[in-house]
Design a protein around this ligand. Sequence first.
Ligand SMILES: [Zn+2]
Length: 285
Amino acid sequence: MRAWALALTLGSLPLVQASAGVLDVRVLPASLHPGDVAVVVVEGAPNARELSGTLGGQPLRFFPRGDERAALVGVDLEAKPGTTVWRIGVIDDGGTSRELSGRVVTGPRRFPVERLQLPTPMVDLDPEVARRVESEAAQLQAALATISPERLWRGPFTPPVPGQGHGFGSRRVINGQPRAPHSGLDFAAVRGTPVVASNRGRVSLTGEFFFAGRFVVLDHGLGLYTLYYHLDRVDAAEGAMVERGDVIGAVGATGRATGPHLHWAARLGSARVDPSTLLSVSLGD
Ligand SMILES: [Zn+2]
């Protein structure tokens, strides 16, 4: 009943509690909002031969969490309010299969509108730059679409630089034109400030992109990624394993940046999630 205790200490009750025999499924937090990382907890299936599920059509990738099994689900920052169905299927060691389903509600979240003025060539891209940006976006998507089957993170996540990030999800109007919402958290920091891995993972991609500047993408396994942009320097090699707290680069202002800062973002499956939620969610260990 550890997760119940967790829910109570968070001051909210699980919205969903379904039972089939001794099988319990809970979704935490109780109600979801755009940018959230939710945890689906399955209790009573410690010896399951097979445990699978989906939430809103996204596959659930389970990992052991004490006596329970848990899976993370991301709610994209542009998710519309509404009801989402989850389904869990268990085949126990005796070969008996059980299925459960339920629903969770995603509520609205208001994001501020941020108006920015940037040099015209950074906004109205000439065709050659537009092609470069498109190819870089495709490289990033290909990296993020790779799902490592094992959980690589261990213990809690840590902020990559000291301080408080801001601006996740803000609806951006750049030089008077509505643009894609801001999918990360910006941390103000002086150039050269060490940037550390927010958790254990594998360096999935590094490089220098038009918008991101010098960057590092870390794969934490099971579809969870963190991204670090506008670096002055990259101190991580593609394919290498890093531990939480390892220096992977230094703060800079490369790419489309108005000054030195770290843009820290997180992806879970295809969802752009608020990386600050990783700092508070109970992920096991
Ligand atoms: Zn940013």
